[in-house]
Design a protein around this ligand. Structure first.
Ligand code: NAD
Length: 294
């Protein structure tokens, strides 16, 4: 067909689900969407948003980004035999003091967020390259641009995504393939429910020093407030995705709230990094700031 074939990872909830339904609902039916899910038994939510209109614009496929065979078989089920727009969106979070994190759990986060994205790209790149056409979009995080305490592993995985995408973008301009990262701050999704978080009272925290524990408690409160006050809806994210997808000259980086957040700017204006570390500390642990300056 003449439409753009889109394949999106992580569509059982959140940003992936909204984007899949949003694109498949295009009144002109410009997009044929393959909404992929880690397991098909999680398709209930997605099915609730699907109507008769989507009969020919949306297909659901199983695709676990940590499983190479599953990526290949999803790719081979795309009827059009090509993907014009690839959206790497699947991701998981992890929160808690670094010294109590289980190595299996840390590896799982890297496995989904980093290796999952790498493997997905490996599967679709050869065809895009040979057709000299394509747009790769990735759900990024401001946690991939600046560090956040108690999010060391998550931020490491999302920083890695930045390096991966920026490196690829340099090469892929020679193949007429665009790369865009949609940088999100907090978004109202299942992310906070799905993320693995060390709960206060968890025996893993028994051996932790009391100073870190009290800072962690304060961080969790801060986090709750931020999500309550500043979280965007998935529809806001979908709008930015649509901008990027429809643009004839898509940017490499999009910020979902419109402008570059001031704390991200600090990284380039104050390259020694100290100003950022001070400012983030002051934001999350305000009362301690004066004490630290003495
Ligand atoms: P979500 O938890 O609702 O969605 C994440 C999706 O990824 C789910 O559908 C989940 O099933 C899927 N997934 C997890 N492991 C997978 C695997 N192995 N294979 C395939 N799919 C898998 O949360 P969301 O907020 O919609 O998250 C989407 C992306 O947005 C993630 O990459 C996340 O890091 C990023 N992000 C979210 C926020 C936020 O505050 N919600 C902020 C910045 C970035």
């Amino acid at each position: 067909g003449q439409w753009f074939v889109v394949l999106i990872t992580g569509c059982s909830s959140g940003i992936g689900l909204s984007l899949a339904v949003g694109l498949a609902s295009d009144p002109e039916k410009n997009y044929k969407v393959y909404a992929t899910l880690k397991t098909l038994n999680k398709k209930q939510r997605l099915l609730k948003s699907v109507t008769e209109f989507h009969r020919d614009t949306l297909d659901i496929l199983q695709m676990d980004v940590t499983d190479r065979a599953s990526i290949m078989s999803a790719r081979d089920r795309v009827q059009e035999g090509r993907v014009d727009i690839l959206v790497c969106n699947a991701g998981v979070g992890l929160m808690g003091p670094l010294e109590v994190q289980d190595s299996k759990v840390m590896k799982d986060v890297m496995e989904v967020n980093l290796f999952g994205t790498l493997q997905t790209l490996q599967a679709f790149l050869p065809d895009m390259k040979s057709r000299r056409e394509g747009h790769i979009l990735v759900t990024g995080s401001t946690g991939g641009l600046h560090g956040l305490p108690f999010n060391e592993v998550y931020c490491a995985s999302k920083f890695a995504i930045e390096g991966l995408c920026e490196s690829l973008a340099v090469l892929l301009q020679h193949f007429n393939i665009r790369v865009s990262i949609i940088e999100c701050g907090p978004v109202n999704t299942d992310f906070m429910l799905n993320l693995q978080k060390t709960e206060i009272g968890d025996c893993a925290l028994d051996a932790l020093d009391s100073h870190t524990l009290s800072l962690y408690e304060r961080f969790l409160l801060h986090c709750g407030t931020v999500f309550q006050n500043a979280a965007q809806d998935t529809e806001d994210i979908v709008k930015v995705y649509l901008d990027a997808i429809r643009s004839p000259e898509p940017a490499f980086r999009y910020f979902t709230s419109g402008t570059v957040p001031p704390l991200v700017k600090l990284k380039t204006t104050q390259p020694d990094g100290l100003e950022y570390i001070r400012a983030m500390g002051e934001l999350i642990f305000p009362q301690d700031h004066e004490e630290l300056q003495q």
